[in-house]
Design a protein around this ligand. Structure first.
Ligand code: ADP
Ligand code: MG
Length: 426
């Protein structure tokens, strides 16, 4: 995939209407009160929005929020699949589920952060959006309703994409800054690019520069640290990084499948029997390619999966029955920290242990600390990894923490990202 894409700086947007796809998919309080519990994603979109407004563009912003079900019929089906009985499924409940995913709270917060009014449309491409878009002036911002209220959105329906594009009138521009959604080929993330000149905003540009740069042309040695829960969810990442990294470090729950593949006993640790052969093959493949593959030499084991579990250190592959590995051990920490010390680039995906429990966060914390001390370019991808680095207080010490969980994983897997591929090449 070509990561070298045109950005907002490469097009003239002054006096034009710009359709801007943002990632405003913010977490909301579970009680339906409309309270945004973390506005990080809205803040992350501000530089591009502010730039466009300063350039004299009229900004038509849009995003999805949560997973609204766009027709009552599919709502009914989904509820039945969940085991709800027919009589309890009503149109009122469906409408309520939709009203909780309207963009009002996002518009209010965005307006607060920008310090200017945000006009909100009642629909996505309907009469209200059309009227408000037509009346929109230079320096003003309009926010459309949740793009997933339209059933054509997730189907990448060309008709819907065309309608979205036509909100910009003639001479419009499409700017994509929703990195968290670029791995999806939807109408608002990819389809519209067929109708308008399409460029990236600053957020996507930064992701492409750092992740794309590290994958395509890394400062070496390139060290990949892979952890998290399962081997099976990281197959693509391991495969791709095995082709480009100089060293691969394995930690987290997936390490036990590797240990088992080498004949070790892993007690009650996370083990994917079906992936044992694969793990064994990876070790061989790494050796053939001359890639250093490091596995834990010791591990912190617990008598249950709980924050207050009893714990002790065991040798890797020698975990007694009734015990499970929840973190890498102290010798492994030393080994891994030494391995990143002289790296040119480090790509990290997946925590080293169950960092959510303080008792088992030491491995993840030590690795984060080691990264904060290297002069290497440090790149963190994956939703939980980003959360871990944030929670442990190392966020501002990393070169780049990706804003897209699923998107960053697919990026590291070397997959084509439809929301990037559709943008104009630089
Ligand atoms: P990411 O979202 O960064 O891609 P994953 O979703 O693959 O990361 O993995 C994160 C999860 O892995 C965390 O919730 C963490 O608790 C869990 N995890 C890490 N090590 C272990 C382990 N030894 N046993 C069970 N779960 C683990
Ligand atoms: Mg995750």
């Amino acid at each position: 995939m070509n990561y070298n894409k045109k950005t907002v700086r490469d097009v003239d947007v002054s006096g034009k209407k710009v359709l801007l796809r943002c990632d405003f998919n913010v977490p909301m309080a579970k009680d339906g009160s409309g309270v945004i519990t973390d506005d990080k994603r809205i803040r992350a979109a501000l530089p591009t929005i502010q730039y466009l407004l300063d350039q004299g563009a009229a900004v038509i912003a849009c995003s999805h929020l949560g997973k609204p079900v766009s027709t009552f019929e599919s709502y009914r089906k989904k509820q039945l699949e969940k085991g709800k009985d027919e009589a309890s499924i009503t149109e009122e409940k469906w409408k309520k589920s939709l009203s909780e995913l309207r963009m009002e709270p996002v518009a209010a917060r965005l307006s607060q952060l920008l310090g200017k009014p945000v006009i909100l449309a009642d629909d996505v491409v309907g009469p209200d959006a059309q009227a408000k878009a037509a009346a929109l002036k230079s320096g003003e911002i309009l926010l459309l309703q949740n793009t997933r209220f339209e059933k054509g959105e997730t189907k990448n329906d060309p008709e819907l994409a065309g309608k979205m594009a036509s909100l910009t009138g003639s001479g419009g521009v499409y700017v994509s800054d929703a990195f968290g959604a670029v791995h999806r080929a939807h109408a608002s993330t990819a389809g519209v690019a067929a109708y308008l000149p399409a460029v990236s905003g600053f957020l996507i540009q930064k992701e492409l520069d750092f992740i794309g740069g590290a994958l395509a042309n890394p400062k070496r040695p390139l060290v990949a640290i892979l952890g998290g829960s399962k081997v099976s969810s990281k197959i693509g990442v391991i495969n791709n990084l095995l082709e480009i990294a100089d060293t691969i470090i394995i930690g987290g729950g997936m390490a036990y499948t590797f240990a088992a593949a080498q004949g070790g006993t892993v007690g009650d640790s996370l083990l994917e029997e079906d992936w044992k052969d694969y793990a064994g093959d990876m070790v061989k493949k790494a050796a053939d390619k001359g890639v250093k593959l490091l596995l834990p030499v010791d591990t912190v084991i617990a008598d249950k999966f709980a924050p207050d579990a009893q714990s002790k250190v065991a040798k890797a592959g020698q975990i007694p029955d009734g015990w499970q590995g929840l973190d890498i051990g102290p010798e492994t920490v030393e080994l891994y920290c030494a391995a990143v010390a002289d790296a040119g680039t480090v790509i990290w995906n997946g925590p080293m242990g169950v960092f959510e429990f303080e008792k088992f966060a030491a491995g993840t914390k030590a690795v984060a600390e080691a990264l904060s001390k290297t002069s290497a370019i440090t790149i963190i991808g994956g939703g939980d990894s980003a959360a871990a680095v944030q929670q442990l207080g190392y966020a501002d010490k990393m070169t780049h923490i990706s804003t897209g969980g699923g998107a960053s994983l697919e990026f590291m897997e070397g997959k084509e990202l439809p929301g990037v591929a559709c943008l104009l090449d630089a």
